[in-house]
Design a protein around this ligand. Structure first.
Ligand SMILES: [Zn+2]
Length: 321
């Protein structure tokens, strides 16, 4: 028995669900803060938990380079190493290899590249990525795919999607099922409806514990992204969780939940938090702005987070200054 997801209710296309894993239960829709290299930057595990976050993301590419998958395994896995007993999803490394690594060469077997840290040579394959995520002790393992470049022609997007589907089958084969752990496949196909439909069909035929939608939020803009969701979400298995990778702003998330997406991850909240930008119900605030210097009130009056409960805008501005 791998991890399970139960549909508890729906409103239009929007879904309320419960994900049960080896590391605890998580209600969906859920947002996953990004803990790239074994930490959600500038936060302790307790402070991440205090935000209400229950599921976080780790990064195969970063962790395989530093401190190394074997080292993480020796330290008891990612949960133990970073003091996060709850569920962790790890991405496969495919996206970061294409966006960060140097001298990439892609072939049918996988990707050979040089580390952006020290230039050392590495190779990631579908089987290798699954093996690394196993060593990291990922609750949710992501299939290794090629994130299709944007913009891409339909022929380029088709070749890339077809490669990712062949890799998805190899990932399924390589994955060792354990109770409460799961493997997600990733839908690709760029902005082309026919390709997205073929990808959805191919993934369902292989069979995964959840289905991600990849290759979006890469510059196509919100209307194009939502058009893909309108088309793809109804094609994904009803009884499995759906994860929109790398999204997004509060507005992106609400629009996607309304279209039947259950899981999200994005660096926006943590990056914004380190650069004095705050998302509130009244819009985005830049806390370096002088107008906050004397404001003895919370960022967002309606928010119950520890920050809003305890600290004023004026104090936060002072800290950033
Ligand atoms: Zn708050």
């Amino acid at each position: 028995m791998t991890l399970s997801w139960t549909l508890l209710g729906s409103d239009g296309a929007a879904r309320l669900g419960l994900l049960r894993t080896a590391h605890g239960e998580v209600e969906t829709p859920v947002f996953m803060p990004v803990g790239t290299a074994g930490t959600v930057k500038a936060m302790t595990a307790d402070s991440v938990r205090a935000t209400g976050s229950r599921l976080i993301l780790g990064n195969t590419y970063h962790l395989m380079l530093r401190p190394g998958a074997d080292r993480v395994e020796q330290l008891g896995g990612l949960h133990r190493m970073m003091d996060w007993p709850g569920p962790i999803l790890t991405d496969s490394g495919g996206f970061q290899v294409m966006s960060l690594a140097a001298l990439r060469t892609l072939d049918e077997g996988g990707v050979t590249f040089r580390s952006h840290l020290d230039g050392s040579a590495h190779r990631l394959t579908p089987e290798g990525s699954i093996r690394i995520q196993h060593k990291l002790d990922a609750t949710i393992t992501m299939a290794f795919d090629e994130c299709t470049a944007f913009p891409a022609t339909e022929a380029e997007a088709e070749a890339s999607m077809a490669l990712s589907m062949r890799w998805a089958a190899r990932c399924r084969e390589a994955f060792a099922p354990r109770p409460g752990y799961g493997l997600f496949g990733i839908n690709q196909g760029g902005v082309f409806a026919g390709l997205r439909a073929r990808s959805a069909e191919a993934l369902a035929a292989i069979g995964f514990d959840g289905y991600a939608i990849g290759g979006l939020a890469v510059g196509e803009g919100q209307p194009a992204m939502l058009a893909v969701l309108d088309q793809v979400a109804p094609l994904l298995p009803l009884d499995k969780p759906r994860y929109l990778m790398g999204v997004g702003t509060p507005d992106d998330i609400l629009c996607s939940v309304a279209r039947g997406v259950d899981m999200f991850d994005c660096v926006i909240p943590t990056r914004a938090g380190r650069t004095a930008r705050a998302y509130t119900r009244a819009g985005v605030l830049n806390l370096r702005n002088a107008r906050f210097a004397g404001q003895d009130r919370p960022l967002d009056e309606a928010c119950r987070c520890p920050l809003c409960a305890r600290h004023s805008r004026a104090y936060l501005r002072h800290l950033f200054r």
